[in-house]
Design a protein around this ligand. Structure first.
Ligand SMILES: CC(C)(COP(=O)(O)OP(=O)(O)OC[C@H]1O[C@@H](n2cnc3c(N)ncnc32)[C@H](O)[C@@H]1OP(=O)(O)O)[C@@H](O)C(=O)NCCC(=O)NCCS
Length: 161
């Protein structure tokens, strides 16, 4: 590949494990995605926790992630704590390779089953999980409180790796 090609063709998106150095960027993405954001300190604590695994999505030559997924592993099960893609990178099919990379990393750590909760009306997230073969395992009525005070159900989903 010539030097010119390198400028014209940006590198393919890649996924890589994240450490505490990513905390501020994750807090910013999280705040853009959820009404109750978590602080940089919250992410530093989470990322430093034993059993917490985080992966980031890197686009082009960016050194900061454009999206991330974070799970907590307990024995041979894991719970996906949060997934988010920065608003400018959404709707371009980036979330599936990110999550697939993460599930592969969980499997390599001996995780056999992955759980998550998702707001009932969150269509992109539900489409993402279904595409990765997560199946619904239950519904928690009124589980999430919206900024306007109304309550909405959570779907619980699981995947055997
Ligand atoms: C959920 C989220 C991570 C998905 O990331 P994304 O990069 O925008 O999604 P993708 O472009 O990879 O699309 C994923 C699926 O959602 C579908 N989708 C995307 N936008 C959609 C929309 N507005 N409405 C319905 N479906 C949509 C896509 O078609 C795709 O499904 P398919 O594979 O069956 O075609 C992203 O929307 C986000 O960060 N949302 C805010 C945070 C959040 O809700 N996280 C999940 C908490 S459980």
């Amino acid at each position: 590949m010539s030097i010119l090609d390198r400028f014209i063709h940006p590198p393919a998106p890649r996924c890589a494990a994240l450490g505490t150095e990513a905390a501020a960027r994750l807090a910013a993405i999280h705040a853009s995605a959820f009404s109750r954001g978590w602080s940089t300190l919250d992410f530093e604590r989470l990322l430093g926790e034993r059993g917490v695994l985080a992966d980031g999505l890197f686009l082009g030559r960016a050194s900061k992630p454009a999206g991330f997924v974070l799970s907590r592993i307990v024995l041979d099960e894991a719970e996906i704590i949060t997934v988010a893609v920065a608003p400018e990178a959404r709707g371009r099919g980036h979330s599936r390779p990110l999550l697939a990379h993460h599930l592969d990393a969980l499997s390599r750590k001996g995780v056999a089953r992955v759980h998550l909760e998702v707001e009932e009306g969150n269509l992109p997230a539900i489409a993402l999980y279904r595409r990765l073969r997560f199946a619904e395992t239950g519904r928690r009525e009124g589980y999430y409180r919206k900024p306007d005070g109304t309550r909405v159900a959570a779907l619980t989903m699981a995947l055997a790796l």
